[in-house]
Structure formats: C-alpha cells, structure tokens
Design a protein around this ligand. Sequence first.
Ligand SMILES: [Zn+2]
Length: 808
Amino acid sequence: MKLEGSSDRFPADPPSKSYSGIPWSMCISPLSDIDSNSEPNRQMIHHAIRCQSCGAYFCNLSRVDCTTRLWRCVMCGIRNLFESQDLIVIPTDLKSLRDTEPCFKDSSYEINLDFDENIDPNVNEQVSESKNLAIFFVLDLSSSEISFEIVTQVVLKLVQTKLAMHSNVYVGILTMGAGFLGVLDYSLPLTSQHNRLFPVQYDSESVDFTQSVECERILHCIDSQQMMDMLAFSLDSICQYHKTQLKSNFNPTEIEKRYIASTVQLILDVQSKDYATTFMATRVFMFPSGPNCDEMSENIDSNKHAKNMKNVIDDVEAGENGADKSKSGILEFVQSKLSFLFLESVPNRLQAFTKSRKGLAQYAKRTQQSGVMFDFFFNGSHKSDLKQFRTLAACSGGNLVLYSNSTEFNAEILFDDVRRSLDSAIAVNGILRIRTTPEFQVSKLFCRGLRRIYLEEKEDEDAELLDEVRDGDVQDVNEIYSLNLSGSKSSFGIDFEFCSSEGFVGAVLVPCVQVVMRFTKVWVDRNGKFQIQRVLRVSTHPGNSSQSRSVIQKEVHDKVVVKILFRKAMLACRDESPKQARILLRDWLANLLTRLPQPNVKDSHKAKPPKLQLETLLSIESLAQLPKLVFGLFKSRIFCVDAEESDENIFLEELYTSLSPEDFALCVYPRIYACGHSVDLNSMLFFNQNGLALRKDAIDENRRQNSLFVIDNFTRIVIFYTRTATESFPLPSGCALHHHIAHLISQRPIQPQVVVCREDTLDANWFWSFMIEDGTETSGKDVKSRKLINFTELSDEKLQNISYQEFV
Ligand SMILES: [Zn+2]
C-alpha cells in the first residue's frame, strides 16, 4: 500500500498550511505491491497486534522495549504489552534502523488472515478449497453482427487461455436484448446445449430469478476438454442465433433494447443466495452496445410473470426430452420460443416507457456488499449514456472502458483489456480504516470504490456513496469505509484538516496516518492460477511537520498535488460549470505564485512582478513542473464546455479518477521523447524525464538532431516520423524503442492505442493535436507583458484557446 503526501512535510499549523499554498493531502494506492523493502516486517509480525487503547495496529514505527515487552502505539502514545504468543524477533536497535532501513520509516505489511497456526493445517486446506470465483460474461444481442462475433470469440479465447482447468473458477454466459435475458444452461445434455431465454423482469421487487434458475445450472467449472468443447459449441450457436435474429423481422426498436438492470439483478441474486458462501467474489464482464433499457412499471402482475418463466422452462425441457434435435433444430426451436414470449410481453411493455435513470445506480450498494465487480466495455458506435453505468462501475470497483475511435470492437485489444482486468489484483468485501494522530483528521475524500460506514451501525441507506466530496463533519478519528477496488494502480486522495489552531506545535507524537484494509484479495499467481485470500494490510506513514513554507514547498510531490487538484476541479465542474473548474485551477496557481519566497532582487523597490515570481517557482525543482501540469489539466477535454456529459468525458473522468498520480500526470501533460538520426534507435537517448515542451517550435528546435518523436499520453502512444526521417517505417520490431513501447503497453491497465505516422500526412494530426502549449490567436497580443488575466471575465471560448504563455 502506497501512501504519498502532497509534500513530505505536513504543515505544522493552519497558518503554515495556508502560507505554503500547497494542499495538505495524501494519495493512497491501496492495492499497490507492498514494497520489498518492507520485507523484515513479515518476519516480525505474524498476526494483528493492536493497541488496547485506540485499536491502532502495531507497526515498525512503534517503539519497542524488548526487556519489558512493551511497545508504544504510534497513534495515541499508550504503552502496550506484547502478549505471550506474540512474537517475534525485534531488532534491538530500532532507532538506528529507522535511519538506515526504509521499512522503518514508512511501514507496510500484510497478514494472511487465512493462516492461523492454531488451526490444523489439514482443516485449513479444506477451507481454502471452498473459495471460488464466479465470472460472468454478458453478451448483447443488439450488437452489430461484427461486434457480436468478436465478443464471442474473445470470451471463448479468455475461457480457453485464462479460465479453463481452474478448479476454483466458475464461468457463466448471459445474453440480453430484444426483450429477453438469456442464460446458458449447463444442466442440459451436451448435445443439446443452448441458450435458455427468459423474459425480462419489470417489477424488480417481487420476482426472484433464482426461484426459477438454480445457480448450478448457470455457473460451471470449465475443467475438462469436454466442457470446453461444449462451451465453444454453445457460444457458436448463440452467435448463429444472433445472426438469424438480426435478419428476422423483429421490430428494430425492440432489438436494440438491452435489459442491463435485470441482468445485474440476476447476478446479484445468484451471488447472494446459498451460493454466497461458495463464491468469495464475482466478476462480471459486460459488452453492451448502448444504454440500459429496463423500464419500470408499477402494475405488473409479477406472479403471472414468474409463471410465464416457469412455462418457458417446462416447454423447453419438454422439447428437449422429445426428439433428438439437430443443431439447427434447436436454433429453430429457440427462435420459435423467442417470438412467442416476445408477443406475450408486449402488453406489459406498453405500460411504462419511462427510462429509469436510477435503474443501475440502485444496485450499487448491493454490489459492494456481495462482492460483485462490474466491468463494462463499450465500442463507440452508439451513444451509450455511460452516466448510467458510472455509479455501478465505480462502486463495484470495476472499469468503464470506451473505445471511442472505432465503431466495432477490435478483437485483439478487447481480449487484451479483459485479460488485463482479469489479471490485476482486486479487493472485494473490504473494510478500510483511516486513522490519524489526534491533532488532525480527514476532511475530504476523493475516491471511487469506497463507501463510508458509520460506526453506530445506522441503517444501510444512510451510508454514503463516496464519489462526491464530503465536508468535514467528522468527530471520530477512525474513518471507516467499505470498499471494492481493482488494480494495483488504483488510487484515491484524501484532504486533511487540523482539529485545533495549534496544529502539531507542541504535539507529543509525530503526526502519523495509518490506513488499514481487511479484504478478500483475488489475484493470479505465477502459475496462472486464481488465488483468493483474506488479507489484512497495514500501512503507517509518519509525516514530519514544518512551519517553514519553503521547506514544505521544497518537498512537494507535484503529481500528487495535480491529482488532488483534478478531483477538486471535477467537483467544481459537476456542481457549477466547466468554466468554474478552469478558474479554480488558474486561481490555485496564481495563489501559489504569491506564496513563494521573495525573489532575491537587489533593487526590490517595487512590488514583485508576476514574471519574477514565475521564475522563482520554476527554480524550485519540486514545483517546476506544476505550471505545465496545471495547464494540461486546464486544457483537458474534461473541462471543455461542449464535451460535458458526453460518453467520452465520463469515460475519461472514470479513468482519471482511478489512476495513480504518476499515470494521471501523463494523461494531463503527455511525455514526449525524441530519437533517430544522430541517436541510433538501439541506443535511444530520450530527452530528460520531463520531456520536451508540447509546442511546435520545441519540435522544430530539435528536429535537426532527431528524426523521430514519440508522444505518450497514457491512452495513446504516437510515433511521429519527421519528413527527413530515414529510419524504416513503421518501427523495426527488434529495436530498443520498439521494446520500450511494448514495455509501456504492458504496464497499463488499459491497452493504449499506438499510432505510427509520418509528417505531412493526414495522420500527423494525431501528433500535432498534442501540442497544447500553442495557443491560438495569440499573434496580435503583447506576450511580453504577462499580466494576470482576469479569468472570470473571459468567454468560455477564449478560456479554452488560451496559451501557456498567457496562462502563467
Ligand atoms: Zn493506541
């Protein structure tokens, strides 16, 4: 677990906080790998040792007296006695270790809660065997023919390569569309494998799918070649069915309907029934081709509906037991059933056509409680109304992926993205607790996948969904959240506030933050096996404090600052307008400029001009990148007026929110490398870590020495050949640059799009569009007089076209 402060130094008191101009915040990446430097911890701590007074956890930062067996709690300062079964080898000279060993500066460790020495290991093995993972793939029958075929291929390949032959992984296939929810039923004989169809449910309160469908029939281990063949055949028949359905004479508006809320409910029902103890976690991969179309109706006779479903099952089974049907026979049979049910459900559907906005969000809490994670993959051919999916994806910890550049899925990219998501570690059913020493507390939390829990066990409806900021109304230093999180790179931010005006001045204890997670971890081990484990993670981060603003500023982590700024601006954008968000960013930077040490000017007879202040800022290494990063954020499409609420914007917002500060910074201000010409592709010499400025003239200045430029903005990598480039086009696959890019791609949670282009071609616009520092219409202005512009008075259009020069 990584805890990164906006500065290594906490401000000592409220005045030093405001003088520094830096937000007092921290980014937490809860699933990042435990630093190997923390290894000694694992030898020291076998099980959770907690303070008897405040409940905080023992860590390497605690002072230990080996002779008296006492340890001092870092959060409250109370001395605790180790119990007899505790421990443990304690290093005799912890104080000197603290200076030399990183793990004694910032402590992180993990305890396997499944492992308990007191339990017979044989029994323990039995327990771990019952831990299973359920994986659902949900196909959308309203997709285009090409996309549907690609999705079925991808699902088959994933099952073959990742999920087959695992004894603890169960696979379920669902289909939705044209008024029906289809379930691949594993209970039927091999040769008659087919998709079972149920009418969608309109009254979500009263019909329980699991009354009609046993879980065993929906989920199955693909643990033999026979099962594998069966699944391949089934997917193929679903695909055939999809084709014939598209060609048949259904009402086209009906074909486009996909009942996602009903599907979500079916899955939650399966998970929460008696199978809940069998499946520790459930993952759902959905490939919808448009918005959810569940319609809510008040007066549906749910009994009649349930009866309908029962009839279908009986009919299907009667059909099965009859003649030995050929493949095409089954297809016809299914189709005939479909049209029958379609007609049946028409009167119901006429009753209400109000699209329910809350349709999916209402499942968010249940999703988190039952440990179900939803990943949605969209292609850009439809307007998908991603807003509906946002809450469900965010609260369940899953991903929202949009391929906005293509009208159909790309098989390779889709496979790769789903595989990445499957491979990355996830945390489900977790509890996360943030503690601080008494002088300060959490005031705001910016996150996804977390939900606040009240200590006094209020009714669940009161628990908040935390994708919004929460204002400081906290009395207890123990902040408890429930969580579902995915990926080692997922990250969220917290803001701190002082409890009193003295701050840390005169405090006995070193200011300290402890984040503790208790969760179920699902990950893929080295042998490709899915592992499920109950884990406790404890991370403790001490922050030295300072009253000096220059010390605080010198130890700033610029990327953490920008990540926190993004969340603040995002909320301003939601609550007010994109324009307001941009003004917030600009004001923040302007404020920082006034909070800098006075420049050493001999003739300081006049008030400092802003230009000198900017130079001061650029001269402080830790702050030097901030203006560009803030400018990148300022120019981000997210804060564009016309992009508001678009699918792409919602996708970007979800992606940005979940990324680590490092990766996020790349999205905001892409990195640019140069090579070629004087620099051989195999001994690439890239520009310094921060790269070139994103300006056309910066490219021109460097094009004499370099013929190739590479821009990386996290979701896209563009390789640009200048017109004088003599290197082979596209990139030779053996060269170092090629390896480097392949490495970058493998590190991302979503596969970046790679574009190779030549100057003077149309494709080159991919490259030039990244030059965000070039403002438009700046020619007539006197750039030299960098006056602070009154941003509140500028039109939106002008604000969007502002150049970096004017900005700073
Ligand atoms: Zn304590």
